[in-house]
Design a binder for this molecule. Structure first.
Ligand code: XMP
Length: 481
């Protein structure tokens, strides 16, 4: 690590996730379910996973779905605050256990159902009457072998499984016999939710991220330009639960001013809303952001899948060392750390937590799921994918500067530090964000049992880490297949 003070700067070797591993320790934890994954950073997340504030990742469906499973989504700063307010209101109107159904009417066409089905992992369109009472369901199989203009009345499966919306998830699972979907109805028989058998199982494993009124929580980001205080106030008025002040280089004066402005608004509002700020990668950065009012500091410069910062500038820091140093500094300053970027495997999340992060922020991996905002496309081989792009890419900058003059836009677009278009294939084994979350959480639970930890704080205290060679890493990947 460079010490800029001397004539011949000292250099230390920094590590990233692939360079390190966890050594198993003596454990008295007998079951993975005895491990509590709740964060203690004030974000309210009951699992240590945060969806990144990227346009290709974080929208209303991502926020709703993840909050139900205890994670948190940060809505991007590029969305107009009024639109964010509408999204927050919508998220908070969602049922904390039952999923939001996709609905159409009997006169709608098979083509309409085919457009809607990839929007949610449950794979069901509910056909409702004018009183929003279900008359049947349509799935992907029902839409094949018929003309796209066929009316849904002709392909729907009548007699769906219905039950009161307050039915316990375990009873829903039993009633479904372990597969299929149940429709939840209010006392007037109107459709209010949908629960799959696997959703009922997940409801027994995860605790939703809820606010004081029992509604799903969500976070939203603000940049550091413009009237940051007014933007923060608009988001607070909208009921946002966590505010994220975000810029690529968080250790700069403009960020500190923005952070102080946001802190003033939060204090004035009296709301119990934590402020997250970043990104930084040094103890000095943590100290300054903590001093300016941050509760949680976002760590990561250049590890993200869509980042070109390191290739463009040489600036950044291998993520494991960045997180470890910042977490240690965070303890001294009474703030927590989110490890932002570069997460590709469940092990990376475990290592970020072992390094002292309270949660890991994930972008591109989650972009390739049903719940991300983009349309589901197919590549030449017919495989489903979604488009992802970096928030500092030409594409994102061009969208962000839409109101500026042509010359200004052209000028700003020269300074790109992100990938404008990348295909995120949906993993056939994990096409939904809950499938990804299952993998991550089961990985962390298991890592905790190997370390003998029942909580994430114990995990950080007890984790023993080693440094490995590239061949050591390769040995741990599936091979010989
Ligand atoms: P992953 O690897 O999960 O990382 O996609 C998500 C994080 O990457 C950052 N990010 C960017 N960094 N140029 C960058 O240098 C970009 O265009 C860009 N877009 C996102 C951001 O911190 C995010 O949370």
């Amino acid at each position: 690590f460079l010490d800029s003070g001397g004539p011949a700067p000292a250099v230390t070797t920094d590590l990233t996730y692939d360079d390190v591993f966890l050594v198993p320790g003596r454990s008295s934890v007998t079951s993975r379910f005895d491990v509590d994954l709740a964060t203690t950073d004030g974000s309210g997340a009951t699992v240590p996973v945060i969806a990144a504030n990227m346009t290709a990742v974080a929208g209303r469906r991502m926020a709703e779905t993840l909050a139900r499973r205890g994670a948190l989504t940060v809505l991007p700063q590029d969305v107009d605050p009024q639109a964010v307010a509408g999204i927050v209101t919508w998220i908070k109107s969602r049922h904390p256990v039952w999923d939001t159904p996709l609905t159409l009417h009997t006169d709608d066409a098979v083509a309409d159902a085919l457009n809607l089905l990839p929007k949610r992992a449950h794979g069901t369109v509910v056909v409702v009457d004018d009183g929003h009472r279900p008359v049947g369901t349509v799935d992907d199989a029902a839409c094949h072998g018929v003309d796209r203009f066929t009316r849904l009345a002709d392909v729907l499966s009548a007699s769906p499984v219905t039950m009161p919306i307050d039915t316990a998830p375990r009873d829903v699972f039993d009633a479904l016999g372990g597969h299929g979907v149940a429709l939840g109805l209010d006392t007037d028989g109107r459709l209010t939710g949908l629960l799959t058998a696997i959703g009922a199982v997940r409801a027994g494993i995860y605790d939703p991220t809820l606010d004081a009124n029992g509604r799903l929580r969500t976070a939203a980001a603000i940049g550091i330009n413009g009237d940051v205080g007014t933007k923060a106030k608009a988001l607070l008025d909208a009921g946002v639960d966590v505010l994220v002040v975000d810029t690529a280089h968080g250790h700069q004066d403009k960020m500190l001013d923005a952070l102080r402005a946001v802190r003033r608004e939060v204090t004035q509002s009296g709301a119990d809303v934590p402020i997250v700020a970043g990104n930084v990668v040094t103890a000095l950065g943590v100290a300054d952001l903590a001093d300016a009012g941050a509760d949680i500091i976002k760590v990561g410069v250049g590890p993200g899948a869509m980042c070109t910062t390191r290739m463009m500038t040489g600036v950044g820091r291998p993520q494991f060392s960045a997180v470890a140093e910042c977490a240690a500094a965070g303890r001294d300053h009474g703030v927590r750390i989110w490890a932002d970027g570069g997460i590709r495997h469940p092990r990376d999340v475990a290592l970020a937590l072992a390094a002292g992060a309270s949660a890991a922020m994930i972008g591109s991996w989650l972009a390739g799921t049903y719940e991300s905002p983009g349309d589901l496309l197919r590549d030449e081989a017919g495989r489903p994918y979604k488009e992802s792009f970096g928030m500092a890419s030409k594409r994102a900058v061009s969208a962000r500067t839409r109101g500026d003059g042509d010359f200004d836009r052209a000028r700003k677009s020269l300074f790109e530090e992100g990938i404008s278009s990348s295909r995120q294939l949906l993993d056939p084994a994990r096409p939904g964000v809950e499938d990804v979350l299952d993998a991550i959480c089961s990985g962390i639970r298991s890592a905790c049992t190997y370390a003998g930890a029942r909580t994430l704080a114990e995990f950080h205290d007890q984790a023993v880490l080693g440094v490995q060679t590239p061949s050591g890493f390769a040995e741990g990947t599936p091979h010989g297949l």
